[in-house]
Design a protein around this ligand. Structure first.
Ligand SMILES: [Zn+2]
Length: 238
């Protein structure tokens, strides 16, 4: 885990590139990490997350003040600022626009745990129902309220936000959530839209899956290692 400022910045840049390389976002999306023990966080500048650079990050506080860095912040930085304000234990946040998650929200289906990597979402993924970008402190607060004490929120017709005690886990969780939503969409299609045919994990099954494969366990280090290795070799837009 990142234990120095330079490592933290490298993780922020890599998390952003993972978000783009794994098609959770194209031109729009962003990952951030809190500077431990502060109300400041590093976030990419206002460009595709696929172009994030560890030497070109912004340092912003939870009131939205840019403390350091060059360039403009992403217009939805308020998502990050207000979740960090509401959740002192959260140190990493990913906001992206992955297609299967968006599709799930627009057919009114809640997220279901349908495979092992979905186990981390055993407590459900709440929905932020309003469409539109989160470009104000007030809207950031509303997203934070929707997230509550959870690890992820679906944003209708828009995307997702994940929040964890560290950025690597938030990034892995974002990838897992899209994988899970994509599987759920395939299952719905194969079942002719009949949700009763989907063998959703029971709570006990989902908890077992979470404890074995979730982003919060050591095994997930392999997931970050993999995503980072692929992101390092894959071309942007590839
Ligand atoms: Zn967005």
């Amino acid at each position: 885990m990142a234990d120095s400022d330079s490592e933290l910045r490298r993780d922020v840049a890599m998390a952003n590139r993972i978000v783009e390389r794994f098609k959770l976002a194209t031109a729009f999306g962003h990952a951030s990490a809190r500077v431990p023990g502060t109300n400041h966080f590093y976030i990419s500048t206002r460009r595709s997350p696929g172009l994030a650079d560890e030497n070109d990050l912004l340092l912003i506080d939870t009131d939205g003040t840019v403390l350091a860095g060059n360039g403009r912040p992403n217009s939805e930085f308020w998502i990050h600022a207000r979740i960090y304000a509401a959740r002192p234990e959260v140190n990493g946040i990913v906001h992206a626009h992955p297609l299967a998650c968006v599709a799930l929200t627009q057919i009114g289906e809640p997220h279901r745990v349908v495979h092992n990597q979905g186990g981390v979402f055993v407590d459900g993924v709440p929905e932020y129902k309003d469409i539109g970008l989160i470009r104000s402190r007030e809207l950031g607060d509303r997203v934070a309220e929707s997230l509550g004490g959870g690890v992820a929120v679906m944003m209708r017709g828009h995307g997702i936000t994940t929040a964890f005690t560290n950025l690597r886990a938030a990034t892995v969780a974002a990838c897992f959530l899209e994988e899970s939503a994509d599987l759920q969409m395939r299952m719905l299609a194969a079942a002719g839209g009949n949700t009763a045919k989907i063998r959703t994990f029971t709570r006990e099954e989902a908890e077992l899956a979470r404890d074995q494969t979730g982003p919060g366990v050591a095994a997930a280090g392999r997931a970050w290692e993999y995503y980072a290795a692929v992101a390092a070799t894959k071309s942007i837009g590839g």
